[in-house]
Design a protein around this ligand. Structure first.
Ligand code: PXP
Length: 246
């Protein structure tokens, strides 16, 4: 069974659009990504993923620490490979970290972390996490060179970037992109890596994505948060109408 990690960042994106700068404790502030993470867990999520970005555009430190205290499943912290984030992760002790690119210099042509050009920083971070018992995943393109270097640097996990495949889904490139993911998953598995995948996975492409070999966990965010709006809007409007009539 493939595990589902729910990326809850976009709940915080919606909150920050209205309440940036307001204390997370203020009762006016909504939606709350921490309580929504608990709903995701109750609904079957096997883990929660949050990306504490350096620009703090969605998830805030207070979210991550509250989530760590309250959640029951596994916390996967996406982060840039910086000293500040490494220190934060070592204090927080999430179950895993996923190193992702945040600046242009760290990005490969397709958007995964370029572990080859950043090898010294990536290796230092993996070693610090290994010593603290935290699994490190590297968010990389389905590229043999990136996979081979992930092994050389001592990463136990990778997360294959499914964005190029998702973007090509309705084009003639879909089959080639899917084959790249299949080959990448096979290579990574043969080299002893645990293979996760994520980005752009939705309610349509999941039928094919779930046939990828050796996938341990899928991290899915945008489509789940978007779907929850469609499902919840009916109830939300009806409740407001009811209150207006009282
Ligand atoms: N995995 C990683 C490493 C990501 O950065 C993201 C996007 O924040 C996701 C998975 C989830 O992607 P999406 O929101 O498109 O499902």
């Amino acid at each position: 069974m493939i595990l589902l990690g729910v990326n809850i960042d976009h709940c915080a994106t919606l909150r920050q659009a209205r309440y940036k700068g307001v204390s997370l404790e203020d009762p006016i502030v909504e939606p709350n990504p921490v309580s929504l993470s608990l709903v995701a867990e109750d609904s079957g999520a096997d883990g929660i993923t949050v990306h504490l970005r350096e620009d703090r555009r969605h998830i805030q430190e207070g979210d991550v620490t509250a989530l760590k205290q309250k959640m029951k499943t596994r916390l996967n912290l996406e982060m840039a490979c910086t000293d500040a984030m490494t220190d934060f992760a070592l204090k927080l002790k999430p179950n895993s970290v996923c190193l992702v690119p945040e600046s242009r210099q760290e990005i490969t042509t397709e958007g995964g972390l370029d572990v080859v050009s950043g090898k010294n920083r990536v290796k230092a971070c993996i070693e610090a996490m290994n010593a603290a018992g935290i699994k490190t995943s590297l968010f990389i393109d389905p590229d043999p060179l990136q996979i081979e270097w992930s092994v050389k640097l001592g990463a136990p996990w990778i997360e294959l970037h499914t964005g190029a495949y998702a973007n090509a889904y309705y084009s003639s490139k879909r089959s080639a992109e899917f084959k790249r993911l299949v080959s990448a998953a096979e290579l990574a598995h043969s080299l002893g890596l645990i293979v996760n995948a994520g980005h752009g996975i939705n309610y349509v492409n999941i039928a094919e994505v779930k046939t990828l070999p050796y996938v341990h966990e899928l991290n899915i965010g945008h489509s789940i948060v978007a779907r929850s709006l469609s499902y919840g809007l009916h109830e939300a409007v009806a409740e407001m109408k009811r209150l207006m009539k009282l």
